[in-house]
Design a protein around this ligand. Structure first.
Ligand code: UD1
Length: 371
């Protein structure tokens, strides 16, 4: 009988990574996959629309954990995924990225002796105030097979003493999705639907606690956006966390720069990609968008002090600007004057990472490493 592998996803970026990997396993036909949705993201606009657009099959299991504090959410995922594993044990569990669902499911699996594969292993921001950094460290410490997206991940794992035979550099599966969807995304003409001209607007997203949880930081960022919008119209799809923080701090009106800032609901994958591909500049604290803009060749002002994806700064189009208005203003001016360095291309971000993931997992199971 073909081995059975659980593919676990809980939050938006996971869905984008799971889609090509699930398809690669299906195409190779050597093992059976089961999709486990933890329910960490549950709004239709944060979850279902990704399944629809990326043609991800309906999950075999839905754990329906919902939102909660870091501890409560992680604990709920751990408990419910453990129950699923006890009822029906797979040959391996594949987890993606760095969200709470990633670490919690890796922990549940490994404690029951189910081997764990981590896709997007080895990334480190070296900033332990980020919940994602803790999730990365925990998941990599537990994983049996670590599949890495960029060279820094290989260095980090070697430094942490992870045995080389457990680690493979496979490239970035998110890029597989991007390259597969970008034509359809462009064809939607999303900028025009928002009354914007391609190449003449900026795209803004932010949801990290370091930017949105303190009303002074968020208020200053909003004031700066209103200032930049006088030069370039901005689209701002607001994550529920950001919207809630802005409403609680009474900050919403600080964004009202005439109609120069379009505040919209979280976008579908293709809408967001269509906007990114046509934007003059992206301002974001998203890890995935640093990568996507680097592939698309769009300047990216990364609203963070550090990144676990240094290749996007070294070879891509991203620059770390924190949330300091002077730095953001300076970088924005460079973009507007056409002086932003172009992307140099990133090795193995070629649209073929998911088949390499499938081959690595299948080979590893055949050799009995998962046993
Ligand atoms: C999570 C990930 C983050 C990722 C982001 C992508 C962790 C630690 N963080 O952050 O790495 O970049 O997803 O979006 O796992 N909410 C809704 N509807 C939803 C989901 C969330 O309204 O469908 C609201 C809830 O108020 C919730 C808050 O957003 O409490 C935060 O959601 P959560 O999944 O805990 O973390 P994110 O900030 O989305």
């Amino acid at each position: 009988m073909a081995p059975v592998v659980d593919l676990v996803a809980g939050a938006r970026p996971n869905f984008i990574k799971l889609a090509p990997v699930e398809r690669a396993f299906r195409d190779s036909g050597r093992l059976t996959t089961r999709i486990v949705h933890t329910g960490q993201h549950y709004d239709p606009g944060m979850s279902q629309v990704f399944f629809d657009q990326l043609r991800i099959p309906v999950p075999d299991v839905h754990l329906e954990v919902g939102s909660g504090s870091q501890g409560a959410q992680t604990a709920r995922i751990l408990e419910r995924y453990e129950a699923h594993l006890l009822a029906t044990r797979p040959d391996a569990t594949v987890v993606f990225g760095d969200v709470n669902s990633t670490a919690a499911c890796a922990l549940a699996a490994v404690k029951l002796g189910v081997p764990v594969v981590h896709v997007e292993a080895g990334l480190r921001s070296f900033d332990r105030t980020m919940p994602e950094e803790i999730n990365r460290i925990v998941t990599d410490a537990l994983a049996d097979l670590l599949l890495v997206s960029e060279p820094s991940g290989m260095d980090n794992l070697a430094r942490e003493g992870v045995a080389a035979q457990k680690v493979r550099l496979v490239g970035n599966v998110m890029v597989d999705t991007l390259l597969g969807e970008v034509e359809a995304a462009r064809a939607m003409r999303v900028p025009a639907a928002l009354g914007l001209e391609a190449g003449r607007f900026g795209l803004v997203t932010m949801h990290r606690p370091s930017n949105v949880d303190d009303p002074r930081t968020l208020g200053a960022l909003f004031d700066l956006l209103a200032e930049l919008a006088r030069e370039l119209p901005l689209v701002f799809p607001a994550h529920p966390r950001t919207r809630a923080a802005a409403a609680a701090g009474g900050l919403m009106e600080r964004l009202s720069a005439g109609d120069r800032i379009r505040l919209v609901e979280p976008l579908s994958y293709r809408e967001n990609l269509g906007l990114m591909a046509a934007a003059a500049v992206v301002l974001t604290d998203s890890g995935g968008m640093q990568e996507e803009t680097s592939v698309l060749g769009v300047p990216c002002l990364t609203l963070r002090e550090n990144t676990e994806r240094p290749i996007t700064v070294e070879r891509g189009t991203s620059r770390l600007v924190g949330h300091d208005p002077a730095r953001i203003r300076g970088a924005f001016a460079e973009v507007m004057s056409g002086r932003w360095p172009p992307s140099q291309g990133i090795p193995l971000w070629d649209g073929q990472a998911a088949p390499r993931v499938a081959a690595a997992v299948e080979g590893w199971l055949r050799e009995g490493r998962g046993a």
